[in-house]
Design a protein around this ligand. Structure first.
Ligand SMILES: NC(=O)c1ccc[n+]([C@@H]2O[C@H](COP(=O)([O-])OP(=O)(O)OC[C@H]3O[C@@H](n4cnc5c(N)ncnc54)[C@H](O)[C@@H]3O)[C@@H](O)[C@H]2O)c1
Length: 314
C-alpha cells in the first residue's frame, strides 16, 4: 500500500520526515492516517493530546510503527521544538485554538495560539531552511461588500458584491470590540509573517485556508465526549440539539451559508501539497480549499438540499 502512490511526475514518492504540529487534532489525525497507510513518509507527531491518533500509535506491531513517533509537547514552551523541526524535511503546523465559541470567550488565548505560539515555528523553519505548510483559515477573507447591503437588496445576488478576489479585494473585518474577529486577524497576521519570511529570507512555504472540513473526529458532543458546558462547531451543535430533542439553533434564522468539504477529500489535496514541493510553481503557494457547493445550515439538516451557488455571508 505504502509504495502505490507516485508523485506528480509519476515517479515513486521519496520518503521524507514530516514534523506535524497539532497532529492529535481533527485534521492531523486524518492526515496521519493517510500518510501511514498510503505513503512511505515518517511523521513526528507533536501535540498535547493524542486520543485521536491512539489507534495509529498502538499496538507497536502496526505496519507503520517505525514511521510514527508521538511527542507530547506544548509549543508555547518546549525547547524540543527546534530540534524536531531540524530533524524533519517538512513542517506542517495545524496547532491552534480554532473553535468559534473560543473566539468570543477566550480572545487572548485565540490570539496567542494563532499568532504568538506560531512565531517560533515560522522562525525555526526559516532559519533551518525547512519547508513549512501552515494552516490558516478562510476567515481571513473577512466580510463581503454585499453583507453591508440591505437584506432585500437585489445587488446581494450580484457576484461583484460577494466574489472575493485574492489579489484585489479589500479585507473587511469587524471592529475591535467584536471579539470573534480575533481569530481571523491573528491568522492573517501570521500569514503576512510567513509571506514576509518567504520574501525576505527565502522561506519555502504553503498556506492553506480551509473552509469547513467535516468528518469523523471533528468535534465533540457536550457532556458525552467533551465538557458539558463546551460549545462545539456548528454540525456538532446540531447533532447535540437532535440528540437532546431540542430545536436547532440557527445563525440568522437559517439564512447564513457555509461551505463544507469532506475531510477525506481535503486530505487528498493536502497530500498533493506535500508532493508538490518538487514542482517549482508550488514554491510559495496559497491554497484555498473549498467547493462551490454551499449548504445553508437550515437545509443541511432538514432536507439535505444542496444549493449550488457561491453566495457568501460571513
Ligand atoms: N477544521 C476545519 O474545518 C478548519 C477550518 C479552517 C481552518 N482550520 C485550521 O486548521 C488547523 C487544524 O484544525 P483542526 O480542525 O484539526 O483543529 P483541532 O483543534 O482539532 O486540532 C488542533 C490541535 O492542535 C493542538 N494544539 C493547540 N495548541 C497547541 C500547542 N500550544 N502545542 C501543541 N499542540 C497544540 C490541539 O491539542 C489540537 O489537537 C487549525 O490551524 C485551524 O485554524 C481548520
Amino acid at each position: 500500500m505504502a509504495s502505490s502512490r507516485v508523485d506528480l511526475d509519476g515517479n515513486p514518492i521519496k520518503p521524507i520526515t514530516i514534523c506535524m504540529i497539532g497532529a492529535g487534532g481533527f485534521i492531523g489525525s486524518h492526515l496521519c492516517e493517510k500518510l501511514m497507510s498510503e505513503t512511505p513518509h515518517s511523521v513526528l507527531a507533536l501535540d498535547v493530546y493524542n486520543d485521536k491518533i491512539k489507534h495509529l500509535l498502538e499496538p507497536h506491531t502496526l505496519p507503520w510503527a517505525s514511521r510514527i513517533q508521538f511527542h507530547r509537547l506544548n509549543i508555547k514552551h518546549d525547547s524540543r521544538l527546534e530540534g524536531l523541526i531540524k530533524m524533519s524535511d517538512l513542517t506542517i503546523n495545524l496547532a491552534a485554538i480554532c473553535t468559534p465559541a473560543d473566539y468570543n470567550t477566550r480572545p487572548l488565548d485565540t490570539i496567542y495560539s494563532n499568532f504568538i505560539d506560531a512565531l517560533p515555528v515560522v522562525k525555526y523553519c526559516s532559519e533551518n531552511n525547512k519547508r513549512l505548510i501552515h494552516f490558516s483559515t478562510c476567515e481571513v477573507y473577512g466580510k463581503t461588500i454585499g453583507s453591508f447591503l440591505p437584506k432585500d437588496s437585489p445587488l446581494r445576488q450580484d457576484p461583484a458584491y460577494y466574489v472575493l478576489k485574492e489579489d484585489e479585494s479589500p479585507c473587511i473585518f469587524g471592529s475591535i470590540e467584536k471579539q470573534r474577529w480575533s481569530y481571523a486577524c491573528a491568522k492573517q497576521l501570521i500569514e503576512r509573517l510567513v509571506y514576509a519570511e518567504g520574501a525576505e529570507n527565502g522561506l519555502e512555504f504553503t498556506i492553506v485556508r480551509p473552509f469547513n472540513w467535516i468528518g469523523p473526529r471533528m468535534d465533540f458532543i457536550p457532556g458525552i465526549d467533551g465538557p458539558s458546558e463546551g460549545v462545539p462547531r456548528v454540525l456538532a451543535c446540531f447533532s447535540n440539539n437532535l440528540l437532546r430533542g431540542e430545536p436547532l439553533k440557527l445563525v440568522d434564522g437559517g439564512q447564513s451559508q457555509r461551505t463544507f468539504v469532506y475531510i477525506k477529500d481535503a486530505i487528498e489535496a493536502v497530500l498533493l501539497m506535500i508532493v508538490g514541493s518538487h514542482i517549482q510553481s508550488f514554491y510559495a503557494t496559497l491554497y484555498i480549499l473549498s467547493s462551490d457547493c454551499r449548504i445553508s445550515s437550515l437545509n443541511y439538516y432538514s432536507c439535505w438540499m444542496v444549493q449550488l451557488n457561491v453566495n457568501d455571508n460571513f
